[in-house]
Design a protein around this ligand. Structure first.
Ligand code: OAD
Ligand code: ZN
Length: 233
C-alpha cells in the first residue's frame, strides 16, 4: 500500500457483520415477514403502524446479544488503535460490533439499535431491552420514545464531520455495502473529487463499483485483515 497515505476514511455496511450472523438488508434473506426494508424503515410506517416498526427493531436489538465481532471488526479496531494519522470509521450499521471490537474513532451515521430517541425532545438514551411504542422519555416525560434509527427520508447523523474527513482523506475504503443507499453511496465520489485513492471490499460488485480505483471481491473476514496488514506493514 502507498507510503504517503496519512488520512483514512472507512465506510462499512451490513456485509461486514454478515459473518457474525446478522442478516444483510438486500440479500436473499433481506425480507422481514414479507416487508421490504424500505417499507418498514420510514417515518410514514412509524406513524401508521408503530407496533410493526418497533417490533422490527426489537427483534434486531435482541439478536445483538447472541452475536460477536468477527475478524473484520477486530482488524479495523486494531487499525484504529495503531494508525498514527487521521482515521474515521463511518458505519451504516446499527449493530454495535465495531465498538465491541474496540473501535474508537467511529460514527454511526444511521443510528444505533441500542439507543432510543425521544421524538418530542430529541434526547437519546442507551436502550438494551425491547422498546414498546409510547414508552415515556426520561427527559421530558412524553410517551414518544422511538428506535434511534435514521429512517429513509431522514438526515443521517454527523454528515458535516464525515464530509470534512473525506475531504482530507488520502484513502477511502468501502466495505460490505451494496451502494444502494445515499448519501453513503456518494462518499466515493467526494473521495475521488479530492484525489483520494478509493478501494472497495465486498462479496459482489456493488452498485457503484466502477467509481473505485480498485475492487477486491471476497468475504470481509479475509479481505479486511489482509488490508489492515498491508496498511500497518
Ligand atoms: P445491503 O444489504 O444493501 O448490502 C450488503 C452488501 O454486503 C452486499 O453488497 C453484499 O454483497 C455484501 N456482503 C454480504 N456478505 C458479505 C461478506 N461476508 N463480506 C463482504 N461483503 C459481504 O447493506 P447496506 O449496504 O449496509 O439503513 O445497506 C445500506 C442501508 O440500507 C443500511 O444501513 C440500512 C438499509 O436500509 C438503515 O438502517 C437506515
Ligand atoms: Zn423527551
Amino acid at each position: 500500500m502507498d507510503r504517503d497515505i496519512r488520512n483514512i476514511v472507512i465506510l462499512t455496511g451490513a456485509g461486514i457483520s454478515a459473518e457474525s450472523g446478522l442478516a444483510t438488508f438486500r440479500g436473499p434473506d433481506g425480507l422481514w415477514e414479507g416487508h421490504r426494508v424500505e417499507d418498514v424503515c420510514t417515518p410514514v410506517a412509524l406513524a401508521r403502524n408503530p407496533a410493526l416498526v418497533h417490533r422490527f427493531y426489537d427483534e434486531r436489538r435482541a439478536k445483538l446479544g447472541g452475536v460477536k465481532p468477527n475478524p473484520a471488526h477486530e482488524a479495523l479496531a486494531a487499525l484504529d488503535a495503531a494508525w498514527p494519522g487521521e482515521l474515521l470509521l463511518v458505519t451504516q450499521n446499527v449493530d454495535d460490533l465495531h465498538e465491541r471490537a474496540g473501535a474508537k474513532r467511529l460514527i454511526h451515521m444511521h443510528g444505533e439499535l441500542r439507543s432510543a430517541l425521544c421524538a418530542a425532545c430529541g434526547k437519546a438514551v442507551s436502550w438494551t431491552a425491547s422498546l414498546p411504542p409510547e414508552t415515556a422519555c426520561t427527559g421530558c416525560g412524553k410517551s414518544r420514545l422511538r428506535p434511534d434509527i435514521v429512517f429513509f427520508g431522514e438526515m443521517p447523523y454527523e454528515m458535516d464531520a464525515i464530509d470534512d474527513a473525506i475531504r482530507r482523506a488520502d484513502l477511502f475504503v468501502s466495505i460490505g455495502t451494496s451502494g444502494a443507499v445515499y448519501p453513503a453511496a456518494g462518499f466515493v465520489q467526494t473521495a475521488r473529487h479530492v484525489g483520494a485513492r478509493t478501494l472497495e471490499l465486498n462479496l459482489d460488485p456493488s452498485a457503484g463499483s466502477f467509481y473505485f480505483d480498485e475492487s477486491r471481491m471476497g468475504p470481509a473476514s479475509v479481505l479486511v485483515p489482509q488490508l489492515v496488514r498491508e496498511l500497518l506493514a
